[in-house]
Design a protein around this ligand. Structure first.
Ligand code: HEC
Length: 138
């Protein structure tokens, strides 16, 4: 016959397991209600910036290495305002997004052809990212 102690331990473990399952279910429900579009746009932008950085570190700065990332950044920069419906009407927010697009437009019009050029372009892009983040990212 099981002792009281092991019975209590058994009940305790059942309670613990149910608590964990309940917490995970609640967290997933909360997560599912959130709009992932804004953070997805930003994560993808971050990924392309990271690829450009890696290209300079590996000395792979031919136009074929870097242009696709600049193009992806430019295309997705169109989605910044739609991704943030609460902020899109803020003049300063729109200006930051527009500044980023301008930087990317001039980079695409006059593509960097070596790592020094990619580095300079990256610095301007990062300035645009952080200008908006300083003001609008919590
Ligand atoms: C016009 C404003 C604006 C510009 C420009 C901008 N961001 Fe953001 N970014 C935001 C805001 C607002 C958040 C906070 C979003 C949130 O938490 O939902 C954010 C969050 C992020 C995040 C964190 C995402 C997450 O998981 O919540 C990353 C990564 C990021 N931005 C990368 C970039 C990069 C890289 C650039 C430049 C190429 C950039 N952003 C340009 C406004 C901007």
């Amino acid at each position: 016959m099981a002792s009281n102690a092991s019975r209590y331990l058994f009940l305790f473990l059942i309670g613990l397991a149910m608590g964990i399952i309940g917490t995970v279910m609640a967290m997933r429900a909360i997560d599912a209600r959130q709009d992932h579009f804004p953070s997805s746009v930003m994560e993808v932008q971050g990924w392309h910036v990271h690829q450009l950085k890696a290209a300079t570190e590996q000395n792979r700065c031919a136009a074929t290495d870097t242009l696709p990332h600049l193009q992806a950044l430019r295309t997705m920069a169109n989605d910044i305002e739609p991704a943030f419906p609460d902020l899109r009407d803020d003049q300063r927010f729109a200006k930051h997004a527009s500044d980023l697009r301008a930087t990317l437009d001039s980079a695409l019009a006059n593509p960097p052809l070596n790592c020094a050029g990619v580095g300079t372009t990256l610095a301007s892009i990062s300035d645009n990212c952080s200008a908006c983040h300083k003001e609008f990212r919590n």
